[in-house]
Design a protein around this ligand. Structure first.
Ligand code: AMP
Ligand code: MG
Length: 317
């Protein structure tokens, strides 16, 4: 298959309308999209990504009015999140409308919905004329793609079209919030932090993944976000063992490195670290790095999401 790479949201949308798949930019990471109402197209997403069938997809919308096509009932919690954070890097979980295929939701009775803030993404979805089901546009298990080049590296020849876009602004996946209970419950941490949610809710719950139990957000149980290299978390570069430096090809990512990658004069932020992490992992793989030492961060704000991705990449949970 020849993959069409286009700058035009309109051209990319014609592929979706014809039952094909498109890799497209969003502010979190790049997505691999299909028409949510086209079962055959949705099936292809799982096949191409090698994604386990029990890992449901997030449905992307360009306008809040499209939510009614996807759900049974709006909840006060979801309404508040929509008012305060849509469009943005946050996904809401609601009871699904029965017309939605079980393939999209992996047999769950709930559906995940997000409205991206990236203007080009919304334009693309609008031209599609339908909500777009889309997981991240990578082969399952590898680091999520944060540039069109990453999508091209993983999916060229497998996907019908890639919509060109800028590098993803956030660089890590959305915050997933279950809105079906009494309080909002974070199933996956992301750029929208607990603190951000606590500004508008009296209580915010955090889903703990049971050791041998079933995760409520099925994707959280898989090893994820991993490069080929082994990931080791350290407080500072001084923890890197000397033997390792002399005997293996090693990489290190931390605040000072990220500051230099971002060509910034200011002290680097966790936001910057998150933005560059997956690209760094991919670059290390390209040049055959064997071990990547990653500086740990505190759990404040986006730190929780960043540590979640780092620990998963290290295979720690
Ligand atoms: P990705 O598309 O790779 O960012 O993964 C989407 C994430 O959303 C995964 O962790 C899924 O398990 C989660 N997700 C999607 N739909 C649901 C749902 N109905 N209930 C809970 N989690 C969901
Ligand atoms: Mg993913």
């Amino acid at each position: 298959m020849k993959t069409k790479i286009t700058h035009s949201e309109k051209v990319a949308a014609t592929f979706i309308k014809n039952g094909k798949l498109v890799g497209f930019p969003t502010e979190t990471v790049y997505g691999l999209g299909a028409n949510v109402f086209d079962e055959d197209a949705v099936k292809k997403i799982f096949k191409i990504k090698n994604r386990p069938a029990d890992n449901p997809l997030i449905v992307h919308i360009s306008d809040v009015s499209q939510i009614n096509l996807l759900i049974q009932k709006m909840t006060p919690i979801a309404k508040k999140i929509i008012e305060n954070f849509f469009p943005g890097p946050i996904t809401i979980i609601l009871k699904k409308n029965l017309i939605i295929s079980d393939l999209v939701t992996a047999g769950l009775d709930t559906i995940a919905i997000r409205m991206p803030s990236d203007i080009s993404t919304r334009k693309f979805i609008e031209y599609c004329g339908t909500p777009v089901a889309a997981p991240s546009a990578n082969i399952s298990g590898s680091p999520s793609p944060t540039s069109w080049k990453h999508v091209n590296a993983d999916l060229n020849g497998k996907v019908d079209c890639i919509l060109w876009g800028k590098n993803s602004e956030h660089g890590i996946e959305s915050t997933v919030v279950d809105c079906t209970g009494k309080f909002p419950k974070i199933l996956r941490p992301g750029s929208v932090s607990i603190k951000d949610l606590e500004k508008i809710f009296s209580k915010v719950e955090m889903e703990k993944i049971p050791k041998n139990g079933i995760a409520k957000s099925p994707g959280m149980k898989y090893k994820h976000y991993s490069p080929e290299a082994e990931i080791i978390l350290v407080k500072s570069p001084s923890e890197i063992p000397l033997e390792s430096i002399s005997t293996t090809k090693i990489g290190f990512i931390g605040f000072e490195i990220v500051r230099r990658i971002a060509k910034s004069k200011r002290v680097s932020t966790k936001e910057n670290y998150a933005k560059h992490l997956f690209d760094f992992f991919r670059k290390c793989d390209e040049i055959g790095i064997e071990k990547i030492y990653c500086q740990k961060v505190d759990m404040e704000g986006i730190g929780l999401a960043l540590m979640n991705r780092l620990s998963k990449a290290a295979g720690k949970n």
